[in-house]
Design a protein around this ligand. Sequence first.
Ligand SMILES: CC(C)(COP(=O)(O)OP(=O)(O)OC[C@H]1O[C@@H](n2cnc3c(N)ncnc32)[C@H](O)[C@@H]1OP(=O)(O)O)[C@@H](O)C(=O)NCCC(=O)NCCS
Length: 61
Amino acid sequence: MQGTDLASTLVSTFEQHLEGVLQYGLSVKDTNKRAINFYKKMGFQLEKEENHSFYLIKKLS
Ligand SMILES: CC(C)(COP(=O)(O)OP(=O)(O)OC[C@H]1O[C@@H](n2cnc3c(N)ncnc32)[C@H](O)[C@@H]1OP(=O)(O)O)[C@@H](O)C(=O)NCCC(=O)NCCS
């Protein structure tokens, strides 16, 4: 299902259920270029890099 917009629909639907949450985060292996590009496209920003992983956060308004 990659490249079909299913992943962005899942993320958007998840965020709709985060009432009152200001930000959330996740980690991704630094070699997972597709996922990193996806998360950047979804508005995540780099928080820190550690142990071959990127820790990303997304601020919600
Ligand atoms: C990560 C994942 C959820 C992203 O969903 P997706 O449907 O593949 O994402 P997209 O097709 O929208 O791609 C996102 C961006 O990555 C980039 N991209 C696409 N194919 C790529 C590739 N082969 N290599 C690197 N970057 C790529 C593009 O910039 C794309 O943005 P664009 O559509 O504006 O061009 C999905 O690929 C997945 O389930 N991967 C396997 C599991 C995984 O890695 N999960 C994350 C664990 S942290």
